[in-house]
Design a protein around this ligand. Structure first.
Ligand code: NAD
Length: 332
């Protein structure tokens, strides 16, 4: 199989490219403009005979020299800090970028998978979130450049599926974490880990009671590949139903890093969702998928990566054994 991954030099995209090579794809074409990603994320893949990195902005079209069997459309700023900094680029990649990716998929008869998001549910009034819930999105708030771009991308994908016969599907990704997140990308896990490792105050927004459900990146990639191998349109939620409050998460990360950082409360951003948990019944039935990695294992792997990356002393040595930690944590 020959696969094109837009946004392949980003956090999730780079893991996808690596896994596609591991499972034996004939060719993995990674297209990225490095707006929020970096060639460094795929540096371990460059030089691989079946991997190709192309620097291009998919908003201006996607040119390929040979055939592709699948298009995984992951290009888009994803962290709130990134899309608030690049609101127009976010809207354009959700609209024009998605259109170009769909046109390519239709022209080549390729399977198409859109990386959509739990943000399409906005600040949800249904909990946990099922795919049949239409969401509660502020269409003019600061986050709307991302939420509405993804909602438009979903509508476009379904229109291509219905009117152009596109073999297209949508995954709605819930908070995913792991190695290669940028320490300063503003998302909660890299922020808390960085602060904990630096001994800086760990910032929790609001009163810390808002929740997220955290999926380790390897599991997410597995779900995306199952969607790639399916023919359904979805949308299908992909996420780990293990829900934690942000205050619990901060304490958890502080414990795992052995940090003595204080935890401080800072103002909640506008339209921040209060609760987030995927209902993954559909993914279980249609894709035979559910997360396999305990959140704590994922956190430890991520902390280790951040520790090595900053060349700091490994604080993991001081972390107690998993069994004792698990019993101490009341995170659900
Ligand atoms: P990321 O910012 O690390 O990766 C996005 C990549 O897209 C970057 O490499 C960036 O340079 C590239 N890109 C952006 N605009 C582009 C353009 N016009 N042309 C070419 N490349 C472009 O973010 P991520 O966390 O890896 O997210 C990847 C995808 O998954 C995004 O579509 C995001 O919306 C979706 N998603 C992620 C999460 C999550 O928790 N990480 C949750 C929901 C949805």
């Amino acid at each position: 199989m020959r696969v094109l991954v837009t946004g392949g030099a980003g956090f999730i995209g780079s893991h996808l490219c690596g896994r596609l090579l591991e499972i034996g794809c004939d060719h993995v074409l990674c297209v990225d403009n490095f707006l929020t990603g970096s060639p460094e994320n795929v540096a371990h893949l460059t030089g691989h005979p079946r991997f190709q990195l192309v620097s291009a902005d998919v908003v201006h079209g996607i040119a390929v020299e040979s055939t592709v069997d699948a298009v995984l459309h992951f290009a888009s700023p994803a962290s709130p800090a990134d899309y608030l900094r690049h609101p127009l680029a976010t809207l354009r990649v959700g609209a024009e970028g998605t259109r170009h990716a769909l046109d390519l998929a239709v022209a080549q008869g390729a399977r198409f998978v859109l990386a959509s998001t739990s943000e399409t549910y906005g600040d949800p009034k249904v909990h946990p979130q099922t795919e049949s819930y239409w969401g509660n999105v502020n269409p003019v708030g600061p986050r709307s450049c991302y939420d509405e771009a993804k909602r438009y991308a979903e509508a476009l994908t379904m229109a291509y599926r219905r009117s152009r016969g596109a073999d297209a599907g949508i995954v709605r990704i819930f908070n995913t974490f792991g190695p290669r997140m940028r320490p300063g990308d503003g998302r909660v896990i890299p922020t808390l880990i960085r602060q904990a490792l630096e001994g800086a105050p760990m910032t929790v927004t609001g009163d810390g009671s808002q929740t997220r459900s955290l999926c380790y990146v390897d599991d997410l990639v597995d779900g995306v590949l199952r969607m790639l191998g399916a023919s359904i349109g979805g949308p299908v939620n992909l996420g780990n139903p293990h829900e934690v409050t942000m205050l619990e998460l901060a304490h958890w990360i502080r414990r795992l890093t052995g940090s003595r950082s204080e935890i401080v409360l800072v103002p909640l951003p506008a339209d921040d969702p209060k609760r987030r948990r995927p209902d993954i019944a559909l993914a279980r039935v249609e894709l035979g998928w559910q997360p396999q990695t305990p959140v704590e294992d994922g956190l430890l792997r991520t902390i280790e990566w951040f520790t090595n990356r900053t060349n700091g002393p490994s604080m993991l040595a001081e972390v107690p054994a998993p069994a004792s930690r698990a019993s101490e944590l009341a995170v659900q």
